[in-house]
Design a protein around this ligand. Structure first.
Ligand code: 7TS
Length: 404
């Protein structure tokens, strides 16, 4: 049994006061706090172990390269990729999705082709496809969702046809918390010959993600949402597909030989890792993955589910509160509005009481339009949150409502 109060001790940020109050951090869907082993690994690298990777023969460079590649192997096991070369280090989910949009687009998309995405996508899983579609004369088509925030699977089925070359969906919506049935959706896409890209930015922190079980073609996530560093993310891709795709960026590490008559490219994974990478951050990402695995997803899911149920029940007792996102399968994210109170006003008052929530459109403007709101307040719960945090949120909302 995990002692969840004890977990708080692993996050130094929680030991501070904000606006004179103990910090209660309910914004992990935007960026999770950093676990102590991650901070220590970053510190060690910058203090003693700085060197570039894949190029030196000296001690520090070789040590750095070894550690950098150890993270790749750790991530490979974490997501159950067949080979470590299918794990590409990027800057984050956005960068990973842009890589696929550019590189897959260059090779496999032609005029008239279709790309399916849903209403609930983060802008990072909309705009790269729009850019690619306008370059290629292809079409981005929206798969609708219902009033609870579930994908309309019938509409999805009807939209799938042999012109669809790629489907890109979030595994979990950052605004609604909906957990999409992506395994089933991937199977359906493959039946018409389309490839499937999973935006796993919000699922990897909360549940076991197994790329072979899902049979996805690509999967993207960020280090900073799994208690790890910013500036590093992962793109998983099936080896055969990545091998067929052209490089995304040119520069050091991704080349085999450069001349003015012909330049040739490195093999996977370096082909997609141009330039000096975020070395310290990649190395410390291993500590983040090890940390999560030391708790285990069975425990994480159980705790977060309890928090979600508890918080949902409590919040619904507030007069005029409307939860946006009421899917049956949800993770611990609650977006809400209260009557005509502006979410920013409520967010500011909560902040004054030491409670960090996100307010705004959460980079999901089409979704805001679908639910006919401009913005919501979003509380996202994580491994370091407890029922006492929910109680504090409730008390702070009630106090704020009296002021508004
Ligand atoms: N996809 C989803 C589903 C996300 O939630 C986010 C970030 C991204 C992509 C982009 O990730 P990045 O690491 O490249 O920025 N989501 C949020 C959020 O909900 N609030 O701030 C960032």
């Amino acid at each position: 049994m995990t002692d969840w109060n004890q977990i708080k001790n692993d996050f130094p940020a929680l030991k501070q006061k904000v606006n004179g109050k103990d910090l209660i951090y309910l914004d992990s869907a935007a960026s999770a706090l950093k676990a102590k082993p991650v901070i220590d690994a970053l510190h060690l690298h910058y203090e003693k172990e700085t060197a570039n990777v894949h190029r030196g023969v000296h001690y520090l460079s070789e040590q750095g390269t070894r550690k950098y590649e150890e993270t790749r192997k750790t991530v490979q096991k974490f997501i159950n990729a067949k080979k470590d070369l299918e794990v590409i280090f990027t800057k984050g989910t956005t960068d990973s999705l842009n890589l696929v949009a550019f590189s897959f687009g260059e090779k496999f998309i032609s005029a008239g082709d279709e790309i399916l995405i849903s209403t609930m996508e983060h802008h990072s899983n909309i705009v790269p496809w729009q850019l690619m579609a306008s370059r290629k004369g292809a079409k981005v088509i929206e798969v609708p969702i219902d009033d609870n925030g579930d994908i309309d699977l019938n509409a999805y089925k009807n939209l799938l046809n042999d012109k669809v070359k790629l489907v890109s969906f979030c595994h979990i919506s950052n605004t609604l918390g909906t957990i999409n049935p992506i395994k089933e959706m991937i199977k359906m896409a493959h039946e018409v010959g389309a490839k499937f890209c999973v935006d796993a930015a919000q699922s990897v922190p909360h549940m076991k993600v197994d790329v072979q079980d899902l049979d996805c073609d690509f999967l993207a996530f960020s280090g900073h949402k799994i208690y790890g560093p910013t500036g590093v993310g992962i793109l998983y891709g099936k080896e055969d597909l990545l091998n067929q795709m052209p490089p995304y960026q040119g520069g050091g590490a991704m080349i085999e030989k450069v001349s003015f008559t012909e330049t040739t490219f490195n093999h996977l994974p370096e082909k997609f890792e141009a330039g000096t990478p975020a070395i310290a951050e990649v190395i410390a990402l291993k500590d983040a993955v090890d940390y999560i695995q030391s708790i285990g997803f069975d425990e994480i899911e159980k705790n977060e589910h309890e928090l979600l149920t508890y918080a949902t029940e409590k919040l619904l007792t507030i007069d005029g509160l409307r939860i946006i996102g009421t899917a049956k399968h949800k993770t611990s994210v609650i977006s809400f509005v209260i009557k005509d109170i502006h979410p920013h006003d409520l967010g500011t008052l909560l902040d004054q009481q030491g409670i960090a929530v996100r307010t705004g459109h959460h980079c999901t403007q089409p979704l805001m339009e679908r639910f006919n709101v401009n913005a919501t307040v979003r509380a996202s719960f994580s491994i370091y949150n407890t029922k006492e945090d929910v109680d504090a949120l409730m008390a702070a909302i009630i106090k704020s409502l009296k002021l508004l």
